[in-house]
Design a protein around this ligand. Structure first.
Ligand SMILES: Cc1cn([C@H]2C[C@H](O)[C@@H](COP(=O)(O)OP(=O)(O)OP(=O)(O)O)O2)c(=O)[nH]c1=O
Length: 191
């Protein structure tokens, strides 16, 4: 299969999900600073990052093919939860998510010769109530340390998820249905 596009990501999860769409792609790894601007809405922030990754990726791409970038954030009460900076921070995040609903926002952007289109997919995730023992045990697995919001639905964190309303693949990092449509609009033929 000839390469149809570039994926601007270091995330193995995005790589695996994109492969499910039956397209052949290569990786580029742009460095994009991930920091919310003062007063910037979560929806604007996640879309800006996805676009920055796609556009910075396009600048690195060896050939003039479309470049896909994405970003995922966890939002609770309008506040973005980043990757935990410490054990105390990570555990505080999990306490905050315990027994309630939060939003996971994933934006995907496709940079082509014609511009850069971005789509935003928001999914509601409800956690069961977590005990201090749950939080302590989960933290000690190491899984939360490098994850936005302090959990991974695709891993051990999945046992905390009572309900999900929306796209499971978007929570993991690449919404399959919306990304396939985005690629097709950008002229990429999926398998
Ligand atoms: C809610 C949730 C978050 N995450 C985390 C892992 C990441 O910390 C975060 C997404 O971070 P991103 O910044 O979107 O992606 P990344 O840094 O992993 O990769 P790249 O920017 O190179 O594409 O989402 C999951 O893996 N599963 C989940 O269920």
């Amino acid at each position: 299969m000839t390469t149809a596009l570039y994926l601007a990501s270091a995330s193995p999860r995005r790589r695996e999900l994109l492969a499910q769409l039956g397209v052949s792609f290569e990786l580029v790894r742009p460095e994009v600073e991930e920091r919310q601007r003062p007063g910037e809405a979560a929806t604007d922030y996640v879309q800006r990052l996805a676009q920055s990754k796609a556009q910075a990726g396009a600048a690195l791409a060896p050939r003039p093919l479309p470049v896909l970038g994405g970003d995922t954030i966890v939002v609770v009460d309008g506040e973005v939860l980043e990757k935990p900076q410490s054990e105390a921070h990570g555990k505080a995040m999990l306490r905050r998510l315990s027994g309630r609903c939060h939003e996971v926002m994933t934006a995907m952007a496709l940079a082509t010769g014609g511009g850069c289109e971005v789509v935003l997919v928001t999914t509601e995730v409800t956690f069961r109530a977590l005990s201090e023992a749950d939080i302590d045990r989960y933290w000690r697995t190491g899984e939360p340390a490098d994850k936005a919001g302090g959990y991974g639905i695709q891993g051990l964190g999945g046992r905390f998820v009572a309900r999900i309303h929306g796209s499971y693949s978007a929570v993991v990092g690449l919404p399959l249905v919306e990304t396939e449509a985005l690629l097709q609009r950008g002229g990429v033929v999926t398998g």
